[in-house]
Every structure is written in C-alpha cells, then in structure tokens.
Design a protein around this ligand. Sequence first.
Ligand code: NAD
Length: 298
Amino acid sequence: MANIAFIGLGNMGGPMAANLVKAGHSVTVFDLSKQAVDGLVAQGATTKPSAQECVVGAEFVISMLPAGKHVSGVYLAENGLINHIAPGTLVIDSSTIDVQTAKSVGQALSAQNIEFIDAPVSGGVGGATAGTLSFMVGGSDEQFNKAKPVLENMGKNIFHAGELGAGQVAKVCNNMLLSVLMAGTSEALQLGIANGLDPKVLSDIMSKSSGSNWTLDVYNPCPNVMENVPSSNDYQGGFMVDLMAKDLGLAMDTAVASQSSTPMGALARSLYAMHAAAGNGGKDFSSIFNMFEHKNKN
Ligand code: NAD
C-alpha cells in the first residue's frame, strides 16, 4: 500500500480519493474547501493544513483540479508543490486541461527529477464513485506501469495513450466525437418526431441500423425513450453542458495548435456554447436535443 497525497476533492476528486482509502492506501488530502476535506477525513483520509505539507513523504501525488491555470498554479507558482515534492515521486494529474499546460508542468517537474503523467478520465461522477473510470495516460512505459496499480483502485479501463500530453489529446478527441454524435442523434430524432414518428420506434430502428451509436444505445437524449438516463429526469445529473463546452474549447485549442481541420467539432462547440449561454449550462449535455425541437408544427 502506498502513501498518496490527493489535491482537489470536488465532484470527481472526492469519490476518487475515497476509493483509494477503501483500497487500503494511506491518503493525505487537501482542498480549498474545508467541507470537502472534512468529508474525506470522515471516510478515513488524513489531512494537513496546506497542500505543501500534504505532499511531504508521498510516493504518489494525485491532482483533480478544474482547469490548466489551477494545475500550473498548484505545482509551479511561487511556493508551488514543485518545491516540496521529493525527487522520484510520481505525480498523476487527472484534471482535464489543455495539452500545452500538461506538457509544461510535466517538463518543469521532470527537470527537478519528479515524475509526471497526465491521466484525464472519462466516466463522470457515477464512474468516480463506482471506481469504474477510464483513465487515458500520457507518459513513459515505466511511468504508466508504476501508476497502473494505483489507477486500478479508481478505474476499470487504464489506457496508455502515448507520451506526455497524449492522455489529454485522447480525452478531447473522445469528447469532441461524443458531442458530434449527441448533436447528430438529437437532430435525427427531432426530424423523425416532426414527421410523425414515435421516438422509441425510431430509436429502435436506428440503433439496429447503420446510424447506431453510444448515445442511441445507452444515453438516448429524447425524454422517456429510456429509463435511468438524464433525459428522462429533466436532464438532471450526468455530464453538464458547461463541462462539455469546456472540453470542446480544449479540443479547438488542440486543433488550432496542430493545424487540424475539425469542422464538425467546431460546429458542436458553437452549438454547446449557444446552449450554455441560453441558461442550460447546469443541465446534462443530452439536453442539446431541445435545441432542435420543431416548435411551429402545423
Ligand atoms: P469540481 O469543481 O467539483 O472540483 C474541483 C475541486 O478543486 C474543488 O473542490 C476546488 O475547491 C478544488 N480546488 C481548486 N483550486 C484548488 C487549489 N489551488 N488547491 C486545492 N484545491 C483546489 O470539479 P470536478 O467536477 O471534480 O472536475 C475536476 C476535473 O475533472 C475537471 O478538470 C473536469 O473537467 C474533469 N472531469 C469532470 C467530470 C465530471 O463529470 N464532473 C468528468 C470527467 C472529467
């Protein structure tokens, strides 16, 4: 069992840290929110007054923070963790952040002989709680093999995407594709409904035909086609529009940096930005379905 410092105990980091405690690791936690820290201490973690003190003696440091500026701030700012983590420690950043920040933080730590991998996740709060997340890791083979047993306490699928930064690239590629599939599935269902089709019948036809995809199979965006999905619960729970809009912004940054053409992703980014700006940021991302509703039917 390992000594693990865990920084960032929000919707995702809280349950992830709790699974490490359950697996028997010695977990020292820190968050700016005292309430979040207290929640983990009640589940068996320990804490220290600062992140700097938490990382002393840690074999692994894991962070789960909102965005790139938080990650570079925590590690590289004046009195950042770079000055407190022992050489040889493996830092695992599971936040979804821009590729450039992941690389620059990794390179700065590596210059101090501190190991770093980017390991963003897919699976949402449900997956974090159940310990069934997918991890997409960017780093060397040795770093991946060292991290894998720890990541397996929080996830079911642990993928080695490639070198430093590759985990973040894999994450934005996946979420960009997901957004395109969700928007496309939504407009196809609305087209059928506007022309008199029952969305359940149409979903059944398309999911057994060449239009089949994950959103039709397990996450139908039309209310009451499936049970236990956000669309049948007023789009509550699931993966928020604001987070999808954030990930699509990262996908566009990645595309610009590599001069890649992503017309479908760019359109999906605009649709999700519009949907968020219309006040839907806190709803599940399948609520994009409502954007295509045919309101002026004869
Ligand atoms: P969150 O806002 O719930 O949690 C972030 C936590 O970081 C908060 O508790 C905050 O207090 C803490 N924090 C911020 N700055 C800090 C600092 N300097 N020191 C210590 N703690 C600090 O966010 P979340 O939903 O847990 O998401 C975390 C990351 O995971 C994001 O990058 C997000 O894009 C990604 N992600 C989220 C989901 C999801 O469904 N929520 C799914 C996959 C990936």
